[in-house]
Each structure stands twice: as C-alpha cells, then as structure tokens.
Write a protein that binds this ligand. Structure first.
Ligand SMILES: C[S@@+](CC[C@H](N)C(=O)[O-])C[C@H]1O[C@@H](n2cnc3c(N)ncnc32)[C@H](O)[C@@H]1O
Length: 324
C-alpha cells in the first residue's frame, strides 16, 4: 500500500494515467464547459476578461479544449491558450495555442511571464492529488494508504510536518471524532500559488467544488467517476479520482459562488418574452436554451454552488496608485 497522494498522482498522470486517455474527461463526466452550458459560461468568461482588462485567456486543465472552442466562437478577438497533459487535440480551432503540461501540481516551463491574461482553472485543483489523513486518536492524524489495484485502504504513519502545519491552520482536528477524514490542501495551495507566480499582470479564476473553514466535510469527499457514473475511487487509472477543494486556503482576493460570479457578469436565467415565439421562432428557441443553460449554471443546489476563487496580479494592495 502507498499513500493516497502518490497512488492518485500515478493513476491520473502516470504514463497510462486516466487523463492521458484519448476520450478525455468528457468521456467520463460532464462539466459546465460542455455543450449549451459551455456556450453561456464562455460568454461570461469573455466578459470577465474584459472587466479585468485581459486580452488573453489561458485555460489551465482545459480537457480537450471545450471551453476554449466555445470562447473562440463567442470572442475571436481574444488570444486563447489551452494547457493540459496531452498533445494538441484534433478539431480545436487553429487560433487556439496549446501547451502540454506534466500534470497534477506541476506546470509547464513554457507557462511564464503572462501579461494581460485571464487564467481560468476550471475543475483543476480537485484533481491535484493531496494527502488523505484520518483521525486515529483525539487530535492525532495518520496518513491513509491505498492499494492501487484494489482500492483497499490502510493506515500509515503520522503526517509530514508541512501537512500537519496546514491542518493546524486550516482544518484543525482537535474536536474531530476518531475516524474522521481530512483532505490536506497543501498541495493545492502550492500548485495554485505556482500558477499565480506565472502571471505578471492579470487575473486568475479557479472554479471548483469546495468548502471553507467551519464547513469542512466530516467524512472526506474522495470519489471516482467513470463513463458517467460515480464509482469507488480505485487509483488504477480506470477512473477519475477527485476530492473537493479547501478554497479559503488558496491565495485569493475574492471568494464567491458560481451563481454570484455569473450574476455579476450579467448572466440571467430569465425566460424570453413569449411574443418572440411568433416573430422569431428560431430566436425564441435559442433564447430558451440559453436561459435553461444559465439556470443550470446558477442552480444554488447544483453548479451554482461551485466556488469561484479570484486572484489579481499584482494583488490589489500592491498596485501603484494612479494618483501618484
Ligand atoms: C476535471 S478535468 C476538467 C477539464 C475541463 N477544465 C472541464 O472543466 O471540463 C481536469 C483536467 O485538468 C487536467 N490537468 C490536471 N493537472 C494539470 C496540470 N498540471 N496542467 C494542465 N492540466 C492539468 C487534466 O488532464 C484534466 O483534463
């Protein structure tokens, strides 16, 4: 048995890792970047780029370029770059640049010195492997181990000092019952900070399902997805392995929900006027589809509860004052 963090990394990003498969993530699960939802999300991302003064959008962990393809249709004026662990997929627009990445918490060397850029990391951090720990006695944590073939779990030794320090700061365990699980966010924080360091001037947006201090999940959130089904997280490369993100420990300027983030960008699920059905039937159907996509993206009990984490570079306080 090996620590979850290692088994998880090998399962997703090893030579035969899950994310290197030809079908890509969309072959196994649907996200807000796909289909009609992706059209509405891409338009909102275009508006966010405008609001933040960005002319270049980098999609980090972009799957097979689904969001970028929608964005290119909506906003051909923006410079677009996709980053993922595979080579450039067939069928994405020629105008979209592509960068291959090592995967997990590691980023490509070529991704540096970005300016006037909006970096979007949509459902990236939940697949950055992290230490999984379990309370084995009051206030005491052990590393959870896993058999990479069967998914059977066991308990290992105490946590490394950096993981313990992260827990003390962000996920205190003194009051947790024996058996409670902790998904230690240090690797996600480090990966995010590395991404932030690649931006000279611009804004980063992470979108993920997550939690904040005071609302941490008691039993952990580690799970798997394969071919549209939620499955046991066996780290054998046959399924996705994911865990919610402790979003408040990420370096950020703003933390909000997808529902609120989209609302501030002018997305609304309002239905079109029915009179339009008579004057412009095709336009009416298109508007209906758009409002149902917006409703799904903003559903407070569904995708709307996803967290939006915004970080500006340089951070707001460090910008030279325009009065100077
Ligand atoms: C859950 S999928 C999300 C895909 C897409 N963003 C979406 O929302 O539909 C996570 C993606 O992140 C990619 N990924 C993981 N670590 C990465 C890294 N360090 N650099 C680039 N891509 C990465 C995976 O290969 C996978 O395509």
């Amino acid at each position: 048995m090996v620590p979850w963090r290692q088994a998880w990394h090998d399962a997703l990003y090893g030579e035969a890792g899950f994310y290197r498969r030809t079908e890509g993530p969309a072959g196994h699960f649907t996200t807000s970047t796909h289909g009609p939802l992706g059209v509405v999300l891409a338009e909102a991302i275009g508006r966010l780029a405008d609001r933040e003064g960005c002319t270049h959008v980098v999609d980090l962990g972009c799957g097979r370029g689904e969001l970028l393809t929608h964005l290119h249709t909506a906003r051909p004026d923006l410079t677009l770059t996709g980053v993922d662990v595979v080579g450039r997929p067939n069928g994405i627009p020629d105008a979209v640049a592509w960068l291959r990445s090592p995967g997990g918490g590691s980023l490509p060397e070529g991704l540096r010195g970005l300016v006037d850029v909006l970096v979007v990391a949509h459902e990236w951090l939940d697949v950055v492997p992290c230490t999984v720990a379990q309370v084995v006695a009051p206030g005491r944590l052990a590393v959870v181990l896993v058999d990479p073939v069967t998914g059977e779990e066991g308990l290992g030794g105490p946590l490394a000092a950096d993981d313990l320090a992260w827990c003390a700061r962000h996920w205190p365990v003194d009051d947790l019952p024996v058996g409670a699980r902790v998904e230690v966010g240090g690797t996600r924080d480090a990966a995010w900070s590395d991404l932030v360091s690649r931006v000279g001037r611009g804004t980063l947006l992470a979108v993920d399902y997550g939690h904040v201090r005071g609302e941490r999940p008691a039993q952990g959130t580690l799970t798997g997805y394969r071919a549209g089904d939620q499955v046991a997280p066996v780290p054998d490369g046959s399924c996705d392995v994911t865990a919610h993100v402790a979003v408040d420990s990420l370096d950020h300027d703003e933390l909000t929900t997808q529902r609120e983030g989209l609302r501030t960008l002018g997305v609304t699920a309002a239905l079109p006027e029915h009179a339009l059905a008579r004057t412009d039937p095709a336009g009416y159907v298109a508007a209906l589809s758009r409002s149902s996509a917006a409703a799904a993206l903003m559903d407070p009990n569904g995708l709307g509860a996803f967290r939006w984490v915004l970080r500006r570079c340089p951070p707001a306080g460090a910008r030279p004052s325009t009065a100077d």
